[in-house]
Write a protein that binds this ligand. Sequence first.
Ligand SMILES: C[S@@+](CC[C@H](N)C(=O)[O-])C[C@H]1O[C@@H](n2cnc3c(N)ncnc32)[C@H](O)[C@@H]1O
Length: 220
Amino acid sequence: MAKSLKQLIAKLIPAEYWNQKYRIDEWLYTKVENRFVKELCAELTPGTAIDLAGGEGRNSMWLAKRGWTVENVDFSAVALKKFRRWVREESVHEPALAGRCLTTKADARGFKSKLAPADLGVIAYLQIDQYELAAAIGGLVGKLKPGATLVGVWHSLDNLAGGFGGPRDPNVLPSVDRIRAILSGLNVDIELLENREGQIQTKEGLKPSITLVLQARVRD
Ligand SMILES: C[S@@+](CC[C@H](N)C(=O)[O-])C[C@H]1O[C@@H](n2cnc3c(N)ncnc32)[C@H](O)[C@@H]1O
């Protein structure tokens, strides 16, 4: 297919934009779990988890290896295929993993879950328009059990002014206030919602980066 046609399709169809990004041999976001997901989920008792917009599955795999049964929900067929391939490879050493890793190809703004109601919902770097993000978070919370944990990680809006990495479009960068407003209409209590200052590797070396992290609990 001509490059310009591919670019046009990617512009018109968001899932195809992501499919094109994922059509590489390497793992776009590495196979290493996100450090904030790790921090916020490490102490939780394994159960069932929905990894919304889980991509190639670095966080799903980490959770599954800790005993969670995980559903990686993403609208990129290419990313989910890579995740399933990775699961098959890892299952050679750890056969139980295959049964603990599920995939669902769906739009985050309205999806059906195989595991609902789940014990944990993870949403990491789903950088979409704020109204759409509200729909995605609301849908995810609706698929969690009373007492379940919701964990979110995003490039923060504050990263535009003071940080590097992530999208430069303010519409897809949530802030503490935006996430608080989204959650105010939902049946959850916020346990942690803050910007974290860190560093990312760029061509010019390490640069500051601001990440927004969330931990909330579904009310009983
Ligand atoms: C930056 S990647 C993050 C992937 C993964 N959460 C991680 O941390 O490695 C964003 C992911 O969101 C997915 N995505 C974006 N918009 C989506 C939507 N509306 N519905 C489902 N998935 C979506 C993309 O396919 C991509 O896998």
